[in-house]
Design a protein around this ligand. Structure first.
Ligand SMILES: CC(C)(COP(=O)(O)OP(=O)(O)OC[C@H]1O[C@@H](n2cnc3c(N)ncnc32)[C@H](O)[C@@H]1OP(=O)(O)O)[C@@H](O)C(=O)NCCC(=O)NCCS
Length: 136
């Protein structure tokens, strides 16, 4: 994907949802925190598939809010695996919005989210790479 999103979305589609009136800020546009939350949920689903375990978000970096999102936009989050460490992984997440009456989605936000694989007690655990991710 280019910085202006010219080449379209790539990677795993991990969440798709509709921006609703309840998600707006004081300007009437979609609240940035809502979008960040959708990205984190989608990235968490992706990370849990890769790790085959529960995961938690430990860091969010290089977050860009490129374009506004409006009520009625169809928002899709795509994930690409950037790095896998011992217990953590970094996932590049992009949110694309398809506006009503438009044919092409536009890149609205992107960032690098780091997730840690955890055990039942919430402690970091080694990510096993000898098995494929869970298929959904
Ligand atoms: C994530 C958590 C389990 C890590 O516990 P910890 O005792 O710090 O564990 P470690 O120091 O062993 O770090 C675990 C991994 O996270 C990575 N990590 C820790 N802090 C990090 C940070 N700020 N940025 C990037 N990676 C980080 C470490 O490098 C390590 O990766 P590796 O094993 O691949 O080398 C713990 O910090 C936690 O529970 N945080 C709260 C998570 C949460 O509630 N998230 C939702 C936020 S609203």
């Amino acid at each position: 994907m280019s910085a202006d999103g010219a080449t379209g979305p790539s990677g795993d589609l991990c969440i798709r949802t509709l921006a609703m009136p309840a998600d707006t800020n004081a300007n009437g546009d979609i609240f940035g925190g809502w979008l960040l939350s959708q990205m984190d949920v989608g990235g968490g689903v992706f990370a849990s598939k890769v790790a085959r375990s529960r995961t938690v978000t430990v860091a969010i970096e290089a977050m860009n809010f490129r374009k506004a999102v409006y009520v009625g936009d169809l928002v899709s989050v795509y994930a690409n695996l950037v790095r896998v460490g011992r217990t953590s992984m970094t996932v590049h997440l992009e949110a694309w919005a398809l506006r009503r009456k438009e044919l092409q989605p536009i890149l609205v936000t992107d960032g690098n989210f780091t997730y840690v694989s955890i055990d039942d007690e919430g402690r970091p655990q080694t990510i096993r790479r000898d098995e494929p991710p869970i298929a959904t």
